[in-house]
Ligand binder design. Structure first.
Ligand code: NGQ
Ligand code: ZN
Length: 464
């Protein structure tokens, strides 16, 4: 039967359930999630445990073509850092045009689907032509990202980025940043153009470094009149340098400053939020905002370790993003998140909720992480992608129950997928809005997308 799937095991918001019948409507929204349903002979059966699709809450799509290309130390540099990486990344992005962006994003979004992500929040700042001039269609680059998402079949929340200053206190932007610059009005126009196209759109003040207090206020007021429920994302407190500069500028740490100067609530996603003291940590958790964690990028860039155990312990909302795409794999982000806490605390099984629990069943780390990241990622995306529940989008992932995971219970299978990585993904089938996009691990467009990506990247490298 159409628009139905029977799962012997499915991970519902409350945990694993048996014999779950998923039904969805023509719009791709779940209309039934029935536990204990006898499998009808004509209903398609999932080939393994079914998970809710994972939202990827932070992506700069163009950076996919640069991933892996800055893992060297130049002869003249003994102090490689986030900032030297950024200079190389800017250089790579300098001449990247609309066709190239669309090719890179298409490849990336196919990779995301094959890795278990079903939605992406695109934190998009490469707005203008290389010389800083607006394209004839001001939202040209935004439209290319939307086209790529549509072609790949991933859900998208578009976050046009406001970028104005090179540093705290309104430092004038550098020439290499001119492609990113907009007035608040021009940025709100990009929001409207995305919405007119039918996309879910929010805004992203890039960081407290790049957007001053006045512009931030105007942006939020403008957004309020367009869509009071739209998501608001920003980078914050990623690097110690950023914390120090913010202290010099305002006397406050970045997260403390933001919480004191903006009405941060459930609509907000604070990306990285790496460096926060105990007061900021509990205030952020209480605000309802999502901490947007990007463990592999944060490790790659030497950001620091987010105090996830304490933040989750305080009830903070969180989700995962692949950010620079040094890795595109939901399982790997969750694994590294847990491992950073184990390394720091010299303990095992850290991110499982409260320290002790009375229920007899063991608390599974991977179940807990997967569900937590889906809930927070859905919140940050501002879309109905909260997992396997009625009125949510039919976004789900089927793990391969017949291969290496054969014979395992569903929680063991998910734990193996997240922690026991043997280099071969266990993601078998992926559905977005009830439409199957990945079948037996493969996406219909992966061959052509990969060839176009490689050609595009080669062209970009030759321009150097
Ligand atoms: C970005 N990426 O916007 O792509 C940033 C680097 C900046 C990360 N923060 C640029 N990981 O923060 O100034
Ligand atoms: Zn970022």
């Amino acid at each position: 039967m159409k628009n139905m799937l029977h799962a012997e095991h499915a991970l519902l918001p409350g945990g694993w359930a048996r014999d779950v019948l998923l039904c969805w409507d023509a719009a791709g929204m779940l209309t039934g999630v029935t536990v204990g349903a006898a499998p009808a002979p004509d209903t398609v059966r999932a080939n393994g445990p079914v998970l809710p699709g994972m939202p990827n809450l932070h992506s700069h799509a163009f950076q996919r073509a640069f991933a892996g290309l800055s893992e060297f130390r130049g002869a003249d540099r003994a102090d490689d850092s986030f900032w030297t990486w950024r200079a190389l990344m800017y250089r790579f992005a300098r001449d990247l045009g609309p066709d190239q962006l669309e090719v890179i994003a298409t490849q990336l979004y196919i990779e995301m689907l094959r890795a278990g992500y079903t939605t992406v929040c695109e934190f998009h700042y490469l707005h203008h032509a290389p010389d800083g001039q607006r394209y004839a269609e001001a939202a040209e680059m935004s439209m290319r990202l939307l086209a790529a998402a549509e072609r790949a079949g991933i859900g998208i929340t578009l976050l046009p980025v406001l970028y104005q200053d090179a540093g705290f206190g309104g430092q004038p932007p550098r020439p290499e940043q001119r492609r990113y610059l907009n007035s608040v009005d021009a940025l709100l126009d990009l929001v409207q153009r995305g919405r007119a196209h039918g996309a879910r759109v929010g805004v992203a003040p890039h960081s407290l470094r790049a957007v001053g207090p006045q512009a931030l206020r105007e942006l939020l007021a403008g957004l309020q009149s367009i869509d009071p429920r739209a998501p608001i994302h920003l980078h914050i407190a990623e690097q110690q340098q950023e914390v120090d500069d913010c202290l010099t500028w305002s006397g406050q740490r970045p997260i403390a400053w933001l919480l004191a100067n903006a009405s941060v609530d459930e609509r907000w996603c604070l990306v990285h939020a790496t460096h926060l003291d105990a007061t900021e940590r509990s205030a952020l958790a209480a605000s309802g905002a999502v901490a947007g964690l990007c463990p592999t990028t944060e490790a790659n860039l030497g950001d620091g370790v987010f105090p996830a155990a304490a933040f989750l312990g305080a009830g903070g909302a969180w989700g995962i993003g692949s950010d620079s795409h040094i890795s595109v794999d939901a399982a790997e982000e969750l694994r590294l998140l847990e491992y950073t806490q184990r390394l720091a605390q010299q303990r095992r099984n850290v991110l499982v909720g409260d320290g002790r629990h009375d229920d007899a069943a063991p608390r599974q780390v991977a179940d807990h992480l997967w569900l937590g990241a889906v809930a927070g990622g859905a919140q940050a995306s501002g879309r109905a992608v909260r997992g396997l529940a009625v009125d949510q989008q039919a976004d789900f992932v089927v793990l391969d129950g017949s291969g290496l995971l054969g014979g395992l219970g569903p929680a063991q299978a998910l734990a193996s997928h997240v922690f026991a990585n043997s280099g071969r993904s266990a993601v078998r089938d992926v559905f977005v809005g009830g439409v199957q996009r990945v079948r037996d691990g493969e996406h219909a467009l992966q061959g052509v997308a990969c060839r176009q990506f490689v050609a595009t990247r080669s062209a970009l490298l030759q321009e150097d």
